[in-house]
Design a binder for this molecule. Structure first.
Ligand SMILES: [Zn+2]
Length: 477
């Protein structure tokens, strides 16, 4: 179990094995992917008049084709959408369209579960995976399931006017940035055939973003007029995209499938990246290491190659060897809190006085940049406790439960922290904030759970009905 938890807490924080029991959906957190998604999307957000720092992009582990937005400027992208995209422009087209929904304020009018229930539900969807990683798997699964319901509630939300306005807005952003919109058309083409399918067999994207001929035709017209229509994707971004797709594939697929798709004869960085993950997954540590070393030799300045090598060593129990490798990664990516967390975790797990003291500022920095990083809070609390800073440890644990949406524990630890800090001090005030917010959220959650039980029954009923309809059609003479 310990080993399993460690594995889940790896760089790509994910809970595939555990989450399958409830919902096959969890947040995939990976420093490189997150940095890449922002690098390619930030110009679009700026073109839309949004502050890129306030737009969050999350990658969900889900094989279906989908992307959706929720209140609070969150864009969710299914891993299935990345896998199905042939180049970076197809992904960019979808992101531009989703940005059109955000900038157009389309979420304001709908019955947005995230706003009525407070941001807590969506926060729990986002951080459920992190909660599992932090050692509370039961809470994690519960939270993931809850979040899923929130997302489902918001499906079917956009109407035709909103769809075409998001299309037009997306086309405008792409054009302003000199990016071809062909990718968006190609993406819609993939979905076109699904229009006639029964609801249950469609990809969720079709349900949340209704397609129709008129819409595609008018989009084709607008995008086709652009002088950039036949311009190929940015080569650097496309290469990065291919690598991340390979990495994702190696991480998600069965190792045997990955190795078939990326045979040893393929020496490109993408293929090696896919194989690192495939071997890693198959517990073939030596093979994984030799591929990681080959990548580092090819590009010594790439922080993520060092990061994955460190991760392989760490998970193989070679923590002391992992340490200098993680340091190299952090040196090359000083502003990547997930990479810093990996280093901090390795330091804390060695239970050494000097390293514990060194880990504290590293993890404090990581939590400052990424306050929802439950795993960083977990390790920071451990380090505080080791050096005898119990009050700080309580506050860090309150933060950890708070950001994971585990409200009851957050209330308890916030109370303990309040009791141990001087009244009115900044730490005491922070503990008090968590205490009140988490207490209110606990109350709301209780009420919501009662309502949600009713909703789930309705939703399952609807699915059953669709299934019957489908069978009915199939058996018609
Ligand atoms: Zn849409």
């Amino acid at each position: 179990m310990r080993k399993l938890l460690k594995k889940i807490a790896s760089t790509l924080v994910c809970a595939i094995a555990l989450a399958h029991q409830a919902y096959a959906q969890s947040i995939l957190r990976d420093a490189e992917t997150e940095a890449f998604l922002h690098e390619i999307s930030d110009p679009i957000f700026i073109a839309a008049g949004l502050d890129p720092r306030s737009v969050n992009i999350y990658l969900l582990s889900d094989p279906s084709l989908n992307a959706f937005v929720t209140g609070g400027q969150n864009i969710f992208i299914h891993s299935g959408l990345i896998m199905a995209s042939d180049d970076v422009n197809q992904l960019l087209g979808v992101i531009a369209h989703e940005t059109g929904h955000i900038a157009g304020g389309h979420l304001v009018g709908i019955r947005d579960a995230a706003s009525t229930a407070g941001n807590f539900s969506i926060l729990s969807l986002v951080l459920g995976a992190a909660a599992i990683a932090a050692g509370s798997p039961d809470a994690g699964i519960g939270l993931l399931a809850a979040g899923q319901t929130v997302a489902q509630r918001q499906f079917l939300a956009f109407n035709r006017v909103q769809e075409s306005s998001a299309d037009q807005a997306g086309a405008k952003y792409l054009n302003e940035l000199g990016i071809s919109g062909k990718g968006l058309i190609q993406f819609f083409d993939k979905l076109r055939d699904q229009e006639v399918l029964a609801y249950i067999r469609q990809d969720p994207y079709i349900r949340s973003h209704p397609l129709n001929r008129t819409r595609i035709l008018s989009l084709e017209q607008v995008l086709g007029q652009s002088e950039y229509y036949n311009k190929p994707p940015n080569p650097k971004h496309n290469e990065q995209f291919n690598r991340l797709k390979a990495k994702l594939q190696g991480y998600i697929q069965r190792p045997s499938d990955t190795l078939k798709e990326y045979p040893l004869s393929d020496k490109t960085a993408s293929a090696r990246y896919a194989r690192v993950y495939a071997y890693h997954k198959a517990l073939e540590w030596d093979l994984a290491l030799s591929e990681a070393d080959a990548l580092i030799e090819q590009e010594p300045a790439n922080p993520y190659f060092h990061e994955i090598k460190g991760q392989i060593l760490f998970e193989n129990g070679k923590v002391r060897e992992a340490l200098p490798v993680f340091r190299q990664a952090v040196e090359r990516a000083p502003r990547a809190p997930l990479v810093a967390t990996a280093l901090g975790q390795a330091m804390v797990s060695l239970e050494d006085d000097v390293l514990m003291a060194e880990a504290i500022p590293i993890l404090e920095n990581a939590t400052r940049q990424d306050p929802g990083n439950t795993f960083a809070w977990f390790n920071l609390a451990k380090a505080y406790s080791w050096v005898g800073r119990e009050a700080d440890a309580n506050l860090a644990t309150a933060e950890r439960f708070y950001s994971a949406g585990v409200v009851y524990q957050a209330v308890g630890y916030a109370k303990r922290a309040m009791d141990s800090f001087k009244t009115g001090s900044p730490e005491w005030l922070r503990a008090q904030d968590i205490f009140f917010i988490a207490r209110d959220a606990a109350e709301r959650q209780r009420k919501q759970q009662r309502r949600r039980r009713r909703f789930d029954v309705e939703f399952t009923g609807q699915q059953e009905f669709q299934k019957q309809q489908e069978q009915h059609w199939q058996y018609q003479p």
